[in-house]
Design a binder for this molecule. Structure first.
Ligand code: SAM
Length: 336
C-alpha cells in the first residue's frame, strides 16, 4: 500500500472517501498544484488510477519539493541518514529534535534550494516532520523552521521499504515534481486534465490560521487569483476537484455566477481538523468540495459497488444487472 510519507497539516487522508466520489472515470493527465503530503496523488497511485498517465505535481514549499526529489533520486542515502537520526532520537528524544532543528537543519537549509537539497537535509526534514508537533510546517520571521517537538511515545521515523516504494512511484515515467506557484500549474490545465486543488485554507475566524507552509503565507488576494484560475481551467474543460474551508467568502466565491457558469458545484462535507493546539476547537467542522466532475452520489456508489460484485461473482439472479453494467455500445448491439 502506498500512502504519504510525510504528516502534513491539512493533509487530506481523512477526506479521501468524500473526494473519491469526485474522481473522474477517465482523464489523460493529473495535475496537483498544492501537493503537500500528496494524499490524493498517492491514493490515485494506490488504486491504479494513474497507471500509464502523466502526473504533474507542484508546491511552492522549497523544503517539501527538495525532500521529495531527494527521496526520488537518492533514496538509499536518505534512508541511511534517517536511520541514524531515528537511533539518536531513541536515545535522546526531544533533545535530539532541538539539536537537529537548530544546530543542523536550519543552518543547512539556508544555503540550499530544492535543486540542491542533500539526502541529509531530506532525512532531517522527514525526521522533524515525524517527531514535531502535528506535522506542522512553520517558519519564524527570520525564515527558520521553528515547530516545537511533538509528544510521541514511539514515533515511526524510518519506514525504509515504504520510502523505496514512494521513490519508485516518483521515478515513474511521466511524473513531474516542481517547485512552482499554483498559477503555473493551473494555467496549463484544459480538456482531458484532472486537477486536484487543495490550497491553504481560508481561515474560519481571525484566530484560526495555523499552517503557513511558505514564507509568504496565502493571502486573500491569493485566494481571489486562485478562484479566477480555477474558474478559467474549468471553462477550458479541465475536471476540477478542490477542497476548501467553509469560510463565508469561499462559499460565496464558489457558489457565485462565474463558478456556476463554468460548471463548478459546491458540496459541504464534515471534516475533522487536527492543526489547532486547543483541544476544544478540534471538533468536526464543515469543509467544501468544489467540483465540476460528474459525481456519483454516495448511495449510488455503494449500490454500484454491490452490482459490480454481484455481476463479477456470477450471481444467478443478476442478468439485468449484468446488462446494466455492460458498456453502452454492446447493449445497443444486443438490443437490451
Ligand atoms: C493544504 S496543503 C496541501 C495538503 C495536501 N493536499 C495533502 O494531502 O497533504 C497546501 C499546500 O499548498 C502549498 N502552497 C502554499 N502556497 C502556495 C502557492 N502560492 N502555490 C503553490 N503551492 C502553495 C503549501 O506548501 C502546502 O503544501
Amino acid at each position: 500500500m502506498i500512502r504519504p510519507f510525510l504528516k502534513w497539516a491539512g493533509g487530506k487522508r481523512q477526506l479521501l472517501p468524500a473526494l473519491r466520489l469526485h474522481y473522474p472515470a477517465s482523464f489523460d493527465r493529473y495535475i496537483e498544484p498544492f501537493l503537500g503530503s500528496g494524499a490524493v496523488f498517492f491514493d490515485l497511485c494506490d488504486t491504479g488510477r494513474l497507471a500509464g498517465r502523466r502526473a504533474e505535481l507542484f508546491d511552492l514549499n522549497p523544503d517539501l519539493i527538495g525532500c521529495y526529489r531527494a527521496v526520488r533520486d537518492r533514496t538509499e542515502d536518505v534512508i541511511a541518514a534517517l536511520d541514524d537520526l531515528a537511533a539518536r532520537h531513541q536515545k535522546h528524544g526531544a533533545d535530539c529534535y532541538y539539536d537537529v532543528r537548530d544546530g543542523r537543519f536550519n543552518p543547512a537549509r539556508r544555503s540550499s534550494g530544492p535543486d540542491r537539497y542533500t539526502p541529509e537535509l531530506a532525512a532531517m526534514f522527514i525526521y522533524l516532520n515525524r517527531t514535531g508537533f502535528n506535522g506542522l510546517y512553520r517558519l519564524n520571521r527570520g525564515g527558520d523552521f521553528n515547530v516545537p517537538a511533538g509528544r510521541y511515545e514511539n514515533p515511526r521515523i524510518c519506514d525504509a521499504d515504504h520510502l523505496r516504494a514512494v521513490a519508485r512511484v516518483l521515478r515513474g515515467r511521466g511524473v513531474i515534481l516542481e517547485r512552482r506557484p499554483f498559477d503555473h500549474a493551473l494555467e496549463r490545465a484544459g480538456a482531458g486534465d484532472f486537477v486536484y486543488c487543495d490550497p491553504p485554507y481560508a481561515p474560519l475566524s481571525a484566530t484560526s490560521q495555523f499552517a503557513h507552509y511558505t514564507a509568504g503565507g496565502f493571502s486573500p488576494l491569493d485566494h481571489l487569483r486562485l478562484h479566477q484560475a480555477v474558474v478559467d481551467a474549468a471553462a477550458r474543460g479541465a475536471t476540477i476537484v478542490m477542497s476548501n474551508s467553509s469560510a463565508p467568502q469561499m462559499t460565496a466565491a464558489y457558489t457565485g455566477y462565474a463558478a456556476r457558469r463554468s460548471g463548478l458545484r459546491v458540496e459541504r462535507v464534515p471534516a475533522r481538523r487536527a492543526i489547532n493546539s486547543r483541544a476544544a476547537s478540534r471538533g468536526p467542522i464543515d469543509e467544501l468540495i468544489i467540483s465540476n466532475a460528474r459525481t456519483v452520489p454516495a448511495f449510488a456508489a455503494a449500490s454500484a459497488d454491490k452490482k459490480v460484485r454481484a455481476a463479477s461473482e456470477g450471481d444467478a439472479a443478476s442478468p439485468m444487472l449484468k446488462a446494466e453494467l455492460r458498456p453502452r455500445q454492446s447493449r445497443r448491439a444486443s438490443g437490451t
